[in-house]
Design a protein around this ligand. Structure first.
Ligand code: PDD
Length: 284
C-alpha cells in the first residue's frame, strides 16, 4: 500500500506531497503540531490532543484553522488510507503561505498537513532494561508550553543524547531544575515514594501522556506532587522515568552515566507503565 499524505485540502501520494516554499512553517517555524498515537486503528486520547492544539493555535494567534469535526475526519481518513493499525498520525498547521515578512500576513490562511505511519511496537528491551538520559542546559525560549514546530533546540539536544549513547536529554533551567526531555516529560520517584513531575508551567509541554498518567495516579491514590526537581534530586531518586506519545512510559536507569538507585527499572515505574498501557489498550 503506497503512503498518502493530506496537504491543504488534497490527499496526495506521500512521495509527491510538498508545501509551498513560502509556507510560513517552512520559513519561520510559524506553526504548531501534534503527534497522536494510533492503536488498533483508533486515536489515543484524541480529545486531549485537540484541546492542546486549539490552545497552541490561540497562543500563536493563528486563526481560521479547520474546526475539530472536519479535522477529526481528515485524521481518520489519513489513518485509514495508509492502513495504519498501530503507529502515529502527525498533524501540522502553519499560519499559511505569503511573501516573506515577519509580521502576520493579511490574506494567508492556515495550511494543514497530515501524515500517518505504521510503527513497530517499541523494542521491549527498552522497557525491560530501562534507558539512560544525559542532562544539558535548556536553551529554548520561554513558551515551551506551546507545541510549535520550532524544535531546533530539541533537535540539537536529542542528537547530543544519541552521540552520548543515551536515549534522551533532560534539559535544565537556570535554577538547576529539570524542565523536560527533548521530546518527553521527566518524572522521578523519591526515596519516600513520592511521584514527582514538573508542574505544567511555561517551561514544559503539558504532555498528553503526562495528563493521562496524572489522572491514573490520582485515581490509584499514589503519593504525587506536580513539583520541579533538580539534577541532584533526580540522581538521588529511587526511580525515574519518562513519558511521551511515542515512548509511552520508559524507566530511566541512568542519568549522566550514574545509575538511578541500583540501576534497574523501579517497581512503581513498572506498575505505572502497566496501568498506562492498560489505559491505551482501552482504545482498541
Ligand atoms: N513529543 N515534551 C516535549 C518537548 C515534546 O515534544 C513531547 C512530545 C512531550 C510529550 O508529550 P505527549 O505526551 O503529548 O507526546 C513532552 C512528540 C511525541 C514529538 O515531538 O514527536
Amino acid at each position: 500500500m503506497s503512503r498518502i499524505a493530506y496537504v491543504d485540502g488534497v490527499y496526495r501520494p506521500h512521495r509527491d506531497a510538498s508545501v509551498h516554499i513560502e509556507d510560513r512553517g517552512y520559513q519561520f517555524a510559524d506553526g504548531v503540531y501534534e503527534v497522536i498515537a494510533v492503536r488498533g486503528g483508533k486515536l489515543v486520547d484524541e480529545r486531549l490532543h485537540l484541546v492542546r492544539l486549539r490552545r497552541s493555535l490561540a497562543e500563536l494567534r493563528i486563526e481560521g484553522a479547520l474546526a475539530d469535526a472536519p479535522l477529526k475526519f481528515v485524521l481518520r481518513e489519513v489513518v485509514r488510507r495508509n492502513g495504519v493499525l498501530d503507529g502515529i498520525v502527525y498533524l501540522q498547521i502553519s499560519r499559511g503561505i505569503a511573501p516573506r515578512d515577519h509580521g502576520f500576513p493579511k490574506t494567508a490562511r492556515p495550511v494543514l498537513v497530515v501524515t500517518a505511519r505504521r510503527s513497530r511496537p517499541a523494542n521491549p528491551k527498552l522497557a525491560e532494561d530501562g534507558i539512560s538520559v544525559i542532562t544539558m542546559p535548556d536553551i529554548r525560549w520561554e513558551r515551551c508550553d506551546i507545541k510549535t514546530i520550532a524544535l531546533i533546540a530539541n533537535v540539537l539536544g536529542k542528537q547530543q543524547a544519541r552521540e552520548a549513547g543515551a536515549y534522551e536529554a533532560w534539559m535544565v533551567d537556570g535554577e538547576g531544575r529539570i524542565t523536560e526531555g527533548t521530546s518527553t516529560n521527566a518524572w522521578i520517584v523519591t526515596t519516600d515514594n513520592l511521584i514527582m513531575t514538573r508542574g505544567a508551567d511555561h517551561a514544559i509541554l503539558d504532555g498528553v501522556t503526562r495528563q493521562a498518567l496524572i489522572a491514573l495516579i490520582r485515581r490509584g491514590g499514589y503519593r504525587f506532587a506536580e513539583r520541579s526537581f533538580t539534577v541532584a534530586e533526580a540522581k538521588a531518586a529511587r526511580e525515574a522515568f519518562l513519558t511521551s506519545t511515542t515512548s509511552d512510559l520508559l524507566p530511566v536507569v541512568a542519568i549522566d552515566g550514574q545509575p538511578v538507585a541500583n540501576g534497574v527499572p523501579g517497581l512503581l515505574t513498572q506498575k505505572l507503565r502497566a496501568e498506562y498501557l492498560a489505559h491505551v489498550a482501552e482504545h482498541v
